[in-house]
Unconditional design. Structure first.
Length: 242
């Protein structure tokens, strides 16, 4: 389990907190929950948990260098003509059934060009390919959230996604920040085709997704959220101790 522990000190007293980056929404570290004023869970289950100490943790990007790439990626996305209609690369080590089914449908259709495979490429190449695509697809990994989703939002993309059972600290809105397919994924191809044909709606989602990342998921903003939430819990705890 990947857990980062940190303390904030106020008036000489240290207050403990944890950030759980594990990819499984139903698995927690009970001891860490009990010892923390706030336990930030990145794959936060929509229906919540028994303890009010467990709070949504957002989601961090795969690479610590990602934000350095963003100006270049956004320049590609905004200034160069798209090279691909629909894009997505995945491996079968995670969520095999879902990934095989969706990529099978996309490869079988003949309405648009799908650029993708069940193999990965160099990380910077995958980012560049996403920036050159009209529509990007998001499928689960170990958890419902996958780092590719954060990649796409930061660049600014029209994302068609399998519906998440997890939520960020600020929920993503369907048809605003991304587009959710039906639970059975039967309309995946249809949704891709629709947004390829409706430029204005697609471009609005691109803009909204980029703004969402900048406001809530950029590391500076995510750090500010952790600090704000931690300080709020410290103030609450201080009142209870008074």
């Amino acid at each position: 389990m990947l857990i980062t522990k940190f303390h904030l000190v106020r008036a000489g007293k240290a207050y403990p907190f944890c950030i759980d980056t594990w990819d499984f929404m139903d698995k927690l570290n009970p001891a860490a929950v009990d010892q923390s004023l706030a336990y930030f869970k990145m794959q936060y289950r929509q229906q919540g948990y028994d303890s009010d100490r467990i709070v949504p943790g957002g989601y961090v990007n795969l690479s610590e260098h990602y934000c350095r790439y963003l100006p270049w990626l956004r320049s590609i996305q905004m200034r160069q003509p798209p090279q691909y209609d629909v894009y997505g690369r995945f491996i079968l080590a995670f969520a095999r059934e879902t990934r095989e089914r969706v990529l099978g449908m996309l490869n079988a259709q003949q309405q648009f060009r799908f650029e993708g495979s069940l193999q990965t490429v160099r990380y910077t190449r995958s980012l560049e390919e996403a920036a050159q695509s009209k529509v990007c697809i998001d499928l689960p990994g170990n958890g419902d959230f996958c780092f590719r989703l954060i990649d796409y939002l930061g660049i600014g993309a029209c994302v068609v996604a399998a519906r998440h059972r997890t939520i960020l600290h600020v929920p993503l809105e369907d048809r605003k920040h991304l587009v959710y397919a039906k639970e059975d994924l039967s309309d995946f191809v249809e949704l891709c085709q629709y947004y390829l044909q409706h430029d204005d709606e697609r471009n609005q989602i691109v803009q909204n997704s980029r703004e969402f990342f900048d406001r809530y998921l950029h590391p500076d903003q995510l750090g500010a959220y952790y600090l704000f939430t931690a300080l709020k819990e410290i103030r609450k705890n201080s009142r209870l101790d008074a």
